[in-house]
Design a protein around this ligand. Structure first.
Ligand code: SF4
Length: 397
């Protein structure tokens, strides 16, 4: 196995990975060193940690729907192909009835939550947001509402004359269940300023997520690679998430990030096209495996089928991921900038991805609690075909 070099760490890659697998927490220099080790060896360590930290047989996913209530946005990120100005012909802001109809479709599909986010639309007042949450809770009481990125919350905080605490209390009172940690990208302001000069800064992203965690809201952490960021910047991104998770575990009764989701930058139809390097499948898998090793306090690592396609997402189940994200029903943001052009995954597709990789598929809620075991034979029209999956299909139902 690779020697890291005496001048670097004074130990071999084998020793470093061995310490990680034994549960030792790695520091910044050690995490950065992982980028220089052969990927199969980093992957093996990440997979061993995944098997130890989560049920080794199970790969979970969520039946949900993405709803983008408006595509009007005044932030204008250079990497975004989703947003429109209000004068563009295809700009929109959904009324409550349109959103309700989408949720009715989700309920018919057995879904349990919506992930509802939008652009930063300066024409919307607080009443639109609170009215929307109340409308959804009144008409769809069993649906969890995970909504609004830190960017949208920052807009509300600046424009509605409320402190962050008062704003979150108002949204929670109206029906908000969770505040997804979208917009993490790389939480280093040097990278953020180049990719999107008006984008929410790292300190505000953490300040808003910290308040959400303090108030008991669901949150996840996110990362996007491919802006041209350095390994040191990626490492600091992970360490900031790990620090926040330590803080939430110590102060907020463990209500930290439920999971970590990452994908690669997509730049089609954006101003960054041809200007940012993006990231290959190898880099994605490497970053995912390093995240699993570095984030020793974040239990769930998601594979990203919208960004990477089903095949790489399936491979990532051996690079540290234990979860396939969700069905989404309509993914509009990553797919607008390329990705694999997929707006949704069917339950059957996610079952097949999990089973053919040798795992038992499980349907979860947004807090990663398992709520159902799908019938694999009914879904696929066949029993699982590989020996690992034969074992998996016999899991409790
Ligand atoms: S990424 Fe979000 S904040 Fe940035 S332009 Fe797109 S919709 Fe607006």
């Amino acid at each position: 196995m690779t020697a890291l070099g005496e001048e670097r760490l004074g130990e071999t890659g084998t020793e470093l990975l061995g310490r990680a697998v034994s549960g030792e927490r790695l520091n910044a220099a050690e995490i950065e060193a992982l980028y220089h080790l052969p990927l199969p060896e980093v992957a093996a360590a990440a997979h061993a940690l995944r098997l130890a930290r989560r049920d080794p047989d199970v790969v979970s996913f969520l039946i949900d729907r993405n709803i983008n209530y408006t595509n009007i946005c005044n932030v204008g990120c250079n990497f975004c192909a989703f947003y429109r100005t209000r004068r563009q012909a295809d700009s929109y802001t959904h009324d409550y009835a349109t959103i309700s109809a989408k949720i009715t479709e989700l309920e018919a599909a057995g879904g349990t939550r919506i992930l509802m986010q939008g652009g930063v639309n300066p024409e919307l007042g607080l009443a639109y947001y609170t009215g929307l949450l109340r409308h959804i809770k009144a008409h769809h009481p069993s649906i969890r509402i995970d909504a609004f990125s830190p960017e949208e919350v920052l807009f509300m905080e600046k424009n509605f004359g409320l402190s962050l605490d008062a704003l979150l209390d108002t949204l929670i009172e109206a029906g908000l269940d969770g505040l997804p940690g979208a917009g993490g990208e790389i939480l280093e302001d040097d990278v953020r300023k180049k990719a999107a000069p008006a984008r929410i800064r790292s300190a505000d992203w953490f300040r808003i997520l910290d308040a959400a965690q303090r108030k008991g809201l669901y949150t996840i952490s996110t990362m996007v690679i491919g802006f041209g960021e350095t390994y040191a910047q990626r490492t600091r991104h992970l360490l900031q998430i790990r620090d926040q998770q330590d803080r939430a575990n110590a102060l907020y009764g463990g209500n930290g990030f439920s999971g970590f989701a990452m994908w690669t930058l997509q730049t089609e139809h954006t101003r960054l096209h041809g200007k940012a390097p993006g990231a290959t499948a190898h880099e994605y898998l490497q970053q995912l495996a390093i995240a699993r090793i570095a984030l020793d306090n974040v239990p769930n690592i998601q594979a990203s089928w919208p960004g990477q396609g089903f095949k790489v997402a399936q491979a990532s189940l051996y690079y540290g991921a234990n979860d396939l994200g969700s069905t989404m029903m309509e993914e509009n943001v990553v797919s607008a900038a390329g990705g694999h052009g997929r707006h949704q995954a069917t339950v059957r597709e996610l079952i097949r991805v999990a089973v053919d990789a040798g795992f038992t598929p499980a349907i979860r809620n947004s807090r990663f609690e398992i709520i159902a075991w799908p019938d694999v034979e009914a879904a696929l029209g066949r029993a699982a075909t590989n020996p690992e999956a034969e074992r998996a299909v016999g899991a409790p139902s």
